[in-house]
Design a protein around this ligand. Structure first.
Ligand code: NAP
Ligand code: F7E
Length: 364
């Protein structure tokens, strides 16, 4: 019998890759979507209409919708990926973030119990390296103490503990994957990596003059999202319900990411100045519209956070040992290259489309 999975957050970066992964494994995949006035299904558009992929309206802030849906789908596995996932936005919308990212987890657990599925349904919770926040040791492992440092991280800490509580109180198979930053060509455009790769592509093609960033010294352990969704599945196939750190074990600064991304876009950068005065200056360019001496990266305090997490580095030993997962499947260099390649093409196509529209007189 094919297994049935329910994915919350199916329209997100991870939800889209996980859907593809589970469909390939022969699962019946159900996903939760929200009503929106604009189209937000870009990442899963290619899956809609395929026989084993089903979408349902529900919301993490609406217990009744979750209870009804879990009862209807009767999932063997739930992947709880839905969240207000932007750390900076959590400072502007802390209450919404807590409702969805903290209480939302409780609602999923209770929906399973209400439908008497606690003995059969396994639950994956999308926990995060942000739990380590103002880090108490480097690298961070499953035993490192947490020190959340944003409203997002505090909400996710509730999610982590309520999963652990239900595991012990009700003997449920529910686990947290403590995932470090993972990126891709489907990453939201306001996260720093995608913001950089899109801007590098636009600047290289003469469609943007300058990229404004916040803290360039921040260190992250960046992996490839496509590799990380496999781990979510492996965690639920493990014999016992346990929590796992998922990371590459390699860290880089935002500045290093930007240097490499611009290099792949054909622009060599050097850095000058400090703090808000720091600038990324073109040393050499293969692009006719960008010349040596141009300032293409500047710092804007608008992107500073009230409290920032600055030194994340994961220790994936347990996942490697117990799940047989390879943390270095896609290297940092390959990740940056594939993202820039994708965005160079995307920006190029936008130009083609605009030219077509202009030709047809659709836009003036
Ligand atoms: P994402 O691209 O921002 O996707 C978030 C998903 O949650 C979207 O499908 C979104 O739906 C959905 N959602 C938000 N609020 C909802 C609500 N009230 N009801 C139902 N759905 C709602 O995030 P991601 O990068 O794929 O990350 C997936 C999960 O892993 C998140 O929980 C995130 O916090 C966590 N995480 C991510 C990383 C990372 O580096 N990517 C690392 C650690 C943990 P809409 O499309 O309708 O907005
Ligand atoms: O920031 C710095 C910023 O927004 C990374 C989410 O998926 O991963 C993600 O959270 C770093 C921070 O990701 C800009 O201050 C500099 O130090 O790409 P980010 P994040 O905050 O690490 C974790 C694991 C999650 O769980 C989250 O859901 O980059 N930074 N300049 C900037 N960040 C942004 N967004 N924009 C800038 O201009």
């Amino acid at each position: 019998m094919a297994k049935t999975a329910l994915i919350t957050g199916v329209t997100g970066q991870d939800g889209s890759y996980l859907s593809e992964f589970l469909l390939d494994k022969g699962y019946e995949v159900h996903g939760i979507i929200r009503r929106s006035s604009v189209d937000y299904r870009e990442r899963i558009a290619h899956l809609e209409g395929t026989p084993h992929f089903h979408l349902h309206y529900a919301d993490m802030s609406d217990s009744m919708s979750l209870v009804k849906l879990v009862g209807k789908v009767q999932p063997d596995e739930i992947y709880n990926l839905a969240a207000q996932s932007h750390v900076q936005v959590s400072f502007d919308s802390p209450e919404f973030t807590a409702d969805v990212d903290a209480v939302g987890v409780l609602r999923v657990l209770e929906a399973v119990r209400t439908n008497h599925l606690e003995k059969t349904c396994r639950i994956y919770q999308a926990s995060t390296s942000e739990l380590y926040g103002k880090v108490e040791e480097v690298p961070q492992s499953e035993t490192t103490p947490f020190h959340p440092y944003s409203p997002y991280a505090v909400a996710k800490l509730y999610g982590y503990w309520i999963i652990k509580e239900y595991r012990e109180a009700y003997n449920m198979f529910c686990c947290s994957g403590i995932l470090f930053n993972h990126e891709s060509e489907r990453r939201g455009e306001t996260f720093v990596t995608r913001k950089i790769t899109l801007a590098a592509a636009r600047i290289a093609q003469g469609k943007q003059d300058c990229l404004y960033l916040g803290n360039l010294d921040s260190l992250r352990d960046w992996g490839y999202a496509k590799d990380y969704v496999e781990c979510m599945w492996l965690i639920l196939q493990h014999e016992t319900p346990e929590d796992f750190v998922i990371a590459t074990g390699v860290q880089h600064t935002v500045r290093e990411f930007a240097t490499l991304a611009f290099r792949h876009a054909g622009i060599e950068l050097r850095w000058e100045g400090e703090g808000v005065e720091e600038r990324g200056i073109v040393v050499e360019s293969q692009k006719s519209n960008v010349k040596s001496g141009d300032v293409v990266v500047r710092v804007s305090p608008d992107f500073y956070r009230p409290t920032d997490v600055v030194n994340l580095l994961g220790d994936p030993s347990k996942a490697r040992r117990e799940l047989g997962w390879n943390p270095q499947k896609t290297s940092f260099e390959e990740l940056v290259e594939l993202m820039v390649k994708h965005d160079m093409q995307k920006v190029r196509n936008q130009h083609v489309n605009l030219a077509e529209y202009l030709e047809k007189g659709i836009v003036k």
